[in-house]
Unconditional design. Structure first.
Length: 282
């Protein structure tokens, strides 16, 4: 691969996230990098490194069209932008869940469609869809997020087959534990149960889970993760599914276990075990 002429565009590159780490690693590896985010000011550190930054909101067709017009060549598209939402399914705001899917699914597909002419013109075209090991995990209170990632994983798997006649590689990037701003951002929103929630007897326990406090300080650094991912994407034969992040191997193993075998682990990990005990005591 002639790196001097290989152009990569990465969505969701706000500082402190995995997109920014990928942009830096691709830049160090000699790629022509376009880093994008909704807020240009949140990519200042990338601009300082000489990385091209472009304002892009993948939920806006106008913004997508403007981005495509400004980039004449593209070899690798990395659909990394994402949002999170934690809430029990019975209390979930359907409008909020739809917004989540707009960002985690439909925005990526709209961008992929828009850049398809550029990718078809490339002899080394690749689409990388950043999903999650969570597509295999029935984590309580995280249904909307995991479901959106699972939907994108299936789109990615089918897109891989559909684009084979055009020699466009499609990769499903499944990430496990990585230290980023995502938990901090969830906690900053201070998610709260509705007062009418059936989980009200265990309100404090559930809201702790909604803040993802059970995650703690787990995960490898975004820089280490990005280094491993870029190395994977540079292989002569790029794997159709890449598993990276802390305990990714464990998530991969769990994905082949019989249905329900690790329900207890998920309940204990997220605090649902204690929630259930408290509710049954009422």
């Amino acid at each position: 691969m002639d790196l001097a002429k290989t152009t990569v565009l990465i969505t969701g590159c706000s500082e402190g996230g995995m997109g920014a780490a990928l942009a830096e690693e691709f830049h160090r590896s000699g790629y022509n990098v376009y880093a994008t985010a909704r807020d240009q000011s949140k990519m200042a550190s990338l601009s300082a490194l000489g990385i091209k930054t472009v304002t892009l909101d993948i939920q806006s067709q106008e913004s997508i069209d403007h981005c495509v017009e400004s980039i004449s060549q593209l070899d690798i598209l990395i659909n990394n932008a994402g949002a999170s939402y934690t809430m029990p399914i019975v209390d979930m705001s359907i409008p909020e869940a739809k917004k989540l899917f707009d960002c985690n699914v439909w925005g990526h597909l709209a961008l992929t469609q828009a850049f398809m002419p550029r990718l078809l013109a490339s002899s080394k075209a690749m689409v990388v869809n950043h999903t999650s090991v969570g597509v295999h995990a029935a984590l309580p209170f995280q249904a909307a997020y995991n479901a959106s990632k699972a939907a994108m994983a299936m789109f990615s798997d089918i897109l891989r087959l559909e684009l084979q006649p055009f020699d466009i590689t499609v990769v499903n990037l499944k990430t496990a534990g990585v230290k980023t701003n995502i938990v901090h951002n969830i906690q900053a929103r201070q998610p709260q149960l509705p007062t009418s929630s059936i989980f009200a007897p265990a309100k404090a326990l559930v809201e702790s889970a909604l803040r993802s406090e059970w995650v703690g300080d787990r995960g490898i650094t975004a820089e280490q993760w990005a280094k491993e991912v870029v190395a994977d994407l540079q292989k002569s034969s790029v794997p159709p599914v890449i598993w990276r992040g802390e305990s990714a191997w464990l998530a991969r193993f769990a994905s082949i276990l019989p249905f329900g075998w690790i329900d207890g682990t998920y309940k204990k990990m997220t605090g649902l075990e204690e929630v259930e005990r408290k509710i049954r005591m009422q």
